[in-house]
Ligand binder design. Structure first.
Ligand code: MN3
Length: 296
């Protein structure tokens, strides 16, 4: 199986005026094709020739030194561009909805702040690279990668990526990268991004749900904690906030308040009814399990 550049799911001129037909032709027919040709040349006659790009990009460490860099750059380029074409649509733009919008607001507070943040991330990428909305198993966040590195290689699920190589925008926007990113947001197909969000792997939190937490002197499994429990805990810890020996107590009290809001907002009778990503995030915020990953 040789990798191949898929046809665009719309006409070359379909994304005008945000992205010109000329840019799409060069970008899709020349640049993407070059990544595919180089990836195929490197992988031909190797045991990895038939491995799907998404899988191989998580297994780069298994490749011999002689081809690892070439595969990382060119199979990465192939995977990133397929995702990029599919993320845009002549009927795109507007704002995300549903569970995706809720997840974006949990991280960024508002959709407007999210858009400003991905624009800032795109501007902060020095040289060629990508700015991404990704899912880390518990929440969405924005990361950048250089060259054609994929978030998959960092155990992150890419939901949406903006190509900030100059070939993606120079014909239309010259050096006005920010203007390009804002225009690109007007053609993003949020339905496709929402499908990727729904399919993103989530953690197994069964053991987290069983961990016990002491509430008003009674040990309760985290999964069985109710709205009343969360409010009680928030109030009791909140009363201790500022007490010297317990430096983190105010933060943890606020996290219990946040858990109460999540339970109430989703009409959940206990923590076990929340989605696994949220359970894991709340468990980290509450120090039921130790925090393990920072975010932008
Ligand atoms: Mn490109």
């Amino acid at each position: 199986m040789a990798h191949a550049v898929p046809d665009l799911p719309y006409a070359y001129e379909a994304l005008e005026p945000q992205i010109s037909a000329e840019t799409m032709r060069f970008h899709h027919d020349q640049h993407h094709q070059a990544y595919v040709d180089k990836a195929n040349a490197a992988l031909a006659q190797t045991p990895w020739a038939d491995v799907e790009p998404a899988e191989l990009l998580t297994r780069l460490s298994e490749l011999p030194d002689t081809i690892r860099g070439t595969v990382r750059n060119n199979l990465g380029g192939h995977f990133n561009h397929v995702l990029f074409w599919e993320s845009m649509s002549p009927t795109g733009g507007g704002e995300p909805g549903g569970d995706l919008a809720r997840a974006i607001k949990e991280t960024f507070r508002t959709i407007g702040t999210f858009k400003e943040t991905i624009e800032a991330a795109a501007m902060s990428t020095f040289g060629s690279g990508w700015a991404w909305l990704v899912h880390d198993g518990t929440r969405v966040l924005i990361v950048t990668t250089t060259n054609q590195d994929s978030p998959l290689s960092d155990d992150l699920t890419p939901l949406l990526g903006v190509d900030v190589w100059e070939h993606a925008y120079y014909l239309d926007y010259c050096n006005r990268r920010a203007e390009y990113v804002r225009a690109w947001l007007e053609v993003v197909d949020w339905d496709v991004v929402a499908e990727r969000f729904a399919a993103a792997p989530v953690p197994d939190v069964s053991d987290v749900l069983l961990r016990t937490v002491s509430i008003s002197g009674k040990n309760t499994p985290f999964g069985e904690i109710t709205l009343d429990d969360a409010r009680t805990q928030s109030a009791e810890l909140g009363a201790l906030a500022g007490w010297g020996p317990m430096a983190k107590v105010g933060t943890v009290a606020r996290a219990w308040g946040e858990l109460a809001k999540n339970l109430e907002g989703r009409g959940a009778t206990c923590v076990a009814e929340l989605d696994p990503g949220l359970v894991k995030k709340m468990a980290m915020d509450l120090w039921v399990i130790p925090p393990e990953r920072g975010m932008i």
